[in-house]
Each structure stands twice: as structure tokens, then as C-alpha cells.
Design a protein around this ligand. Structure first.
Ligand SMILES: [Zn+2]
Length: 219
């Protein structure tokens, strides 16, 4: 799952108006932001295996630090605690923690049963939406559309950057997502790690958007 996670980040702005969109993106994508770091460091592993599921040529056989339920809750708690220490908002902290865990839940929906519950334990879950490319695209596109719609209704641009930067992100995510679906398997595992690090760019992009938009006043 890729743009579906961003949908949650966009939608969360309504529940946590004071939290920047950049921090919300950091939250919902934290597991995928950590994963390429662990791959590059050789702490976690992935195998290129075309046909692993219809949707992905990757066999996620070892990623218990970034993608287990237990560590997802732990990463979420860390982010929530850090946010509370800086901003003193328990509402924001809880929503950020929930955002991190939402990533795990959406990945369980997508992946075949390769999502670990606890590091070191041979217990994996996954509902396998990725067994169908069409179903994956429909579910993810609908999620994304709903998230973008909510965010666009909840916030309003302060200036042209506020509109341009937001819609550029939406467009870029969709293009990036479609290209990734229809491109051939990556050449090697190292390339996956380095390319994955590019996702970090979306965090400052979120801060940039947030600085140029405000909450829409409701009657
Ligand atoms: Zn993930």
C-alpha cells in the first residue's frame, strides 16, 4: 500500500488541526520511512520474487523491526511521546500514534500473510488484497480520493502556494504510484533501499503545504 497511507494522513488533519500535514505524513508513513534505512543497513531483508503476489514482485520475508505489530505500536508511542514533549498536546500525540499503527493495519489488508506480529515469532498476518491488481487499485484509489477530498474540504489555501503545493503532491503521488505498479521489478535489493529513502521527501513537502493553508472556518 502506498497512496492509501497518505489518505489517512490527509484525513487525520480534520481530527488534529494543530498537527502539521508534514508530521501527519511522518506518522502514517513512519514504517515505510524506517524500512529502507533498515534495508540499506542490512538489518532487514527483502527478496525480488516476481509473482509473489499479483501486485508486487517483492517477498517481504524479514522486516520485523519496521513492520511488526509490536514494533509499530512502539514506533507510534515514540512519535506520540516526542510530539507531546514538544507540543504538549495529548490529542495530537494520540492521533500520531494511531497514524503509525494505521500503517500496519492497511499493510495487513494489502500483504499476503507476511506481516509479523512480534519480532522473532513465526506468526504472520495478511489479508492479501495484493493478490488482485484491480482490487488493489480500486481500494487504494478510493481511499486516496476520500482522503484528498476530506483534506481539501477541511483546509483552505492561504495563497497560491497553498493550492499549488497541495495539488502537486496529489498529482505526484498518483503518478509515482501508477509508475511503480507498471514498472518492471527492481534490479537489486540495494536499489529498493535507496529508492525507498526518496519517500522522506514527502515529509518536508507536507510541512511546506501546511504552512500555506489554514483550517476552513465552519459555521
Ligand atoms: Zn509498509
Amino acid at each position: 500500500m502506498f497512496i492509501g497511507h497518505f489518505a489517512v494522513g490527509f484525513a487525520a488533519k480534520r481530527a488534529a488541526p494543530k498537527v502539521s500535514l508534514g508530521t501527519l505524513i511522518l506518522s502514517v508513513q513512519l514504517l515505510d520511512l524506517l524500512w529502507p534505512i533498515f534495508l540499506v543497513l542490512g538489518i532487514e531483508h527483502v527478496r525480488i520474487d516476481p509473482g509473489n503476489t499479483a501486485f508486487t514482485p517483492l517477498d517481504f520475508y524479514d522486516y520485523p523491526i519496521s513492520h511488526s505489530l509490536l514494533t509499530a505500536v512502539g514506533w507510534g508511542a515514540l512519535l506520540g511521546i516526542a510530539y507531546f514533549a514538544i507540543r504538549r498536546s495529548s490529542r495530537g500525540a494520540w492521533i500520531l500514534t494511531a497514524g503509525v499503527v494505521s500503517h500496519w493495519v492497511l499493510d495487513v489488508l494489502s500483504h499476503r500473510p507476511d506481516m509479523p506480529l512480534v519480532p522473532g515469532m513465526a506468526a504472520y498476518v495478511g489479508l492479501g488484497l495484493w493478490n488482485s491488481v484491480a482490487a488493489t487499485m480500486i481500494v487504494e484509489a478510493l481511499l486516496f480520493a476520500a482522503g484528498v477530498f476530506l483534506y481539501a474540504r477541511t483546509t483552505v489555501a492561504l495563497d497560491r502556494t497553498g493550492a499549488g503545493a497541495f495539488w502537486a503532491l496529489v498529482g505526484f503521488l498518483v503518478v509515482f504510484w501508477v509508475i511503480s505498479i507498471f514498472s518492471p521489478p527492481p534490479p537489486d535489493v540495494k536499489a529498493i533501499g535507496w529508492a525507498g529513502l526518496a519517500i522522506w521527501l514527502f515529509v518536508p513537502w507536507g510541512y511546506w503545504i501546511d504552512r500555506h493553508r489554514r483550517m476552513r472556518e465552519t459555521a
